[in-house]
Design a protein around this ligand. Structure first.
Ligand code: AMP
Length: 284
């Protein structure tokens, strides 16, 4: 079956409800488009989890509600024809690509606030970001009625925010976290990497390098979070990367830890030129 593009959220919802009532298993990958190999791995995961006769679904929607007033909403890269080809190659059945006005009708006034998990880290510089994420994900869940939804571990805090919302609001949906897909040299794939100049692309490598170094140091016995974070901050600064945060946190609750160990992660956000990048690793 060729891939099908649906623009209208209402039409999408009736198709999904009908498919679910007919007993088809539904797997959903929410994205903002400009798809790369990281997205493709989620899409193939959805195809696999939907199983034979199931539906692998993707949404492509640059969600205005998760962008701050000074952020890159209007410049965010878009390429729907290429994205459809990527989805088709991954075995996706249907793609929802709605207009903002059809997702947020005028008079929209209901928002989802995840409290603890959506504080600190990225929320420090992006207030309201996770409220926008949680709200659009809840809407996509209601529109798509998936059995399972796949999210990348690259956006670690986002994954935990979605898990918290699903748990607290009793969504009967399995949330699958998928490993970070990286370039051969370690840079985490991101739609925003297209903003990087050649020179910035070189400096951006500092993020994955600093994280890998922290993993090596922790494996070698350095467990002090303060030491590991300081070393990572210094390594980033040496490469001319402006650090927003480097934190060692509990991987699910995201609270700051004094010591690395099982269930801990290092999360980093940094500015390379005008591009904001994030990355994270598990600490041994
Ligand atoms: P986005 O289009 O940036 O909103 O991302 C859509 C989904 O793809 C999110 O669940 C991301 O975490 C995931 N994703 C983005 N980049 C990567 C990557 N390099 N590896 C794995 N998943 C990713």
């Amino acid at each position: 079956m060729p891939i099908e593009l649906v623009r209208d959220p209402r039409e999408w919802q009736s198709r999904c409800l009908e498919a679910r009532a007919a007993g088809r298993r539904i797997a959903l990958v929410p994205t903002m488009g400009f798809l790369h190999a990281g997205h493709a791995s989620l899409l193939r995961g959805a195809r696999e989890r939907a199983g034979p006769g199931g539906l692998a679904l993707a949404s492509i929607f640059v969600n205005p509600a998760q962008f701050g007033p000074a952020e890159d909403l209007t410049q965010y890269p878009r390429d729907l024809p290429r994205d459809l080809a990527t989805c088709e190659a991954a075995g996706v059945d249907w793609v929802l690509a709605p207009e903002p006005g059809d997702v947020y009708a005028s008079g929209h006034e209901t928002w989802i606030e995840v409290e603890r998990t959506a504080q600190g880290l990225c929320a420090g510089t992006r207030p309201g970001h996770f409220r926008g994420v949680a709200t659009v994900v809840a809407k996509l869940f209601h529109l798509s009625v998936p059995h399972v939804a796949l999210f990348g571990e690259k956006d670690w805090q986002q994954l935990q925010v979605v898990r918290a919302m699903v748990r607290d609001l009793d969504f009967a949906i399995e949330v699958a976290g998928m490993p970070i897909v990286r370039e051969a040299d370690g840079l985490a794939l991101s739609s925003r990497n297209v903003y990087l100049s050649r020179e910035e692309r070189g400096r951006a490598l500092a993020l994955s390098k600093a994280l890998r170094q922290a993993q090596v140091r922790a494996a070698g016995g350095e467990r002090e979070a303060a030491v590991l974070s300081r070393e990572a901050r210094e390594a980033l600064a040496r490469e001319g990367v402006e650090v927003e945060y480097v934190e060692v946190v509990h991987s699910e609750r995201l609270e700051r830890l004094a010591h690395a160990g099982p269930g801990s992660r290092m999360l980093v956000a940094a500015q390379v030129g005008r591009t904001r990048l994030i990355d994270n690793v598990e600490l041994p």
